[in-house]
Structure formats: C-alpha cells, structure tokens
Design a protein around this ligand. Structure first.
Ligand code: SF4
Length: 247
C-alpha cells in the first residue's frame, strides 16, 4: 500500500464511489461530445458567456461579461468604493490582484492577509460582516447553477446571507455544460487543486487526477453549496471573464 492509500486509512481507492461526468469517465468520448455541443452553440471553442449572462439574469443575478481580468478588475474597483469588502480564500481574486487594488480605496478583509494581532478566525469572522463579499465558484453550469465545495463554510455562509452585495468572479474555465458536469468539475478539478495548493496529504493532492472521496484527516470537502437562483435579500452579481482564472 502506498502513502496515498494510507492517507485514506487503507480504503481501496479504486472501489470508492466517485462522481461521474454524464456517467462517463473524464475525457471520454461522451463527455467530450457534450462539451463540444455547448461550444458549438456559438461555433466557438469557448463557453458562450453571453448565453450564460442571459440565463443568470433570468435567475435574478446582475450578470456582466468582460474580455479579460484587467477590464473586470477595473469595473469592480469603480463599483466598489469607500466601503468594506470581504474576500474568501479565492485564487481568482488573487490572480486579478483584487485585494491590492481594492485596498487602496476600501477596507478589505481577507484571511489570506492577516494583520499583526489578528488571527485567521478573527479575519474570517470580520469578512462575514462586510457590505460587499467577493468570491469565485468551483463551477457554474450553463443553466446558471453556481457550485461551491467548502471546508470551514465561511464562504458558503457569506454567499447565503449577511452581505448587502455578493459578487462572483468567474473565469471561463469554471463554466460547464450542465449541472452534472459542473458538480463533476467542482469535485474532480477544483477540490483536488485546492487540496494541492493547501499542501494537504490527500490522495487527490498527491495524484492530482481526481477526487477519491477520501476519509483522510486532511480532507477539505465538507460541504456542498448549490445556488439554483440568486439569493433573496442581497444584490447578487456575477462577473463572467473570458479568460481562464483560478481553479
Ligand atoms: S480532499 Fe476532497 S477532492 Fe480530495 S480526495 Fe478528499 S474528498 Fe476528494
């Protein structure tokens, strides 16, 4: 038994119940043809951001499409001024430099930027009480479902309730043709990459190929959040960016 299997307390990884993408293994002909079908809606090789924008708006979100991260960051900075902003653990926001740019004219709270005298827990708590909350998602379906898998639940809680305004920043790589494939992506692409980033001793982090639904003490997947529709009680906005961002 190798070290990866020991992380999973000796379970037979090959027999674990794994999520399937359209009941097919990743990279299968069926999976690829579903993806191509979506891409062919516009004859392009990228997901149709304008179609997703329309569907999200029908679901109660304000949705906008940007060509690249610079234009999206400029808009967010223009719209978010002299207020308080919470940012969850968000690789997309980091790649867009949002903490740095927004901090120049807002009070930005992030547990990735802990000031002296504060703890990680205190920063997560403070970020839950800001006017604006910025986050990405692990996946978004072309029908508009927004999916996140969470470890501590601070991001999921902030998305569900408490902020005046919630802004999702979504790179095109997060968009999948349907709910099943979006869930598959969240579990088999986003979570393993997050486990790797965090240095977790999980089979997905070691092998970097898929989720093993592990029982490792280092497991990061504790809860699943699906938004079917914009939550009530807050302005819910989705920024779609025609660039690969985060994971
Ligand atoms: S940490 Fe999450 S993604 Fe990785 S194997 Fe465990 S359950 Fe799957």
């Amino acid at each position: 038994m190798d070290s990866t299997e020991q992380d999973c307390k000796g379970q037979d990884l090959a027999k674990q119940d794994l999520p399937a993408r359209n009941s097919e293994e990743p990279g299968s002909a069926k999976q690829n043809s579903a993806r191509e079908a979506v891409q062919n809606l516009t004859g392009e090789t990228a997901p149709d951001l304008n179609l997703l924008q329309k569907r999200l708006q029908a679901l109660g979100y304000t949705a906008r499409v940007f060509k690249n991260r610079a234009e999206a960051a400029e808009w967010i900075n223009r719209e978010t001024d002299r207020t308080t902003v919470g940012i969850g653990g968000c690789v997309t926001a980091a790649e867009m430099g949002l903490y740095e740019s927004l901090s120049r004219h807002n009070q930005v709270i992030s547990h990735w930027h802990i000031p002296e005298g504060k703890t990680d827990r205190e920063m997560r708590d403070l970020a839950m009480n800001t006017e604006v909350y910025l986050t990405s998602a692990n996946a978004v379906s072309l029908q508009g479902e927004i999916i996140n898998i969470d470890y501590t639940g601070n991001r999921a809680a902030s998305v569900f309730y408490g902020h005046r305004r919630v802004i999702f920043v979504i790179g095109r790589n997060k968009i999948e043709p349907d709910f099943a494939q979006a869930l598959w992506r969240a579990r088999n692409i986003a979570s393993p990459k997050n486990a790797q980033r965090l240095g977790r001793k999980t089979p997905c982090a070691v092998r970097a190929d898929r989720c093993y639904n592990c029982s490792s003490p280092d497991r990061i997947c504790n809860g699943l959040q699906v938004l079917w529709h914009a939550m009530a009680g807050a302005e819910m906005e989705v920024i779609l960016i025609n660039e690969d961002l985060g994971y």
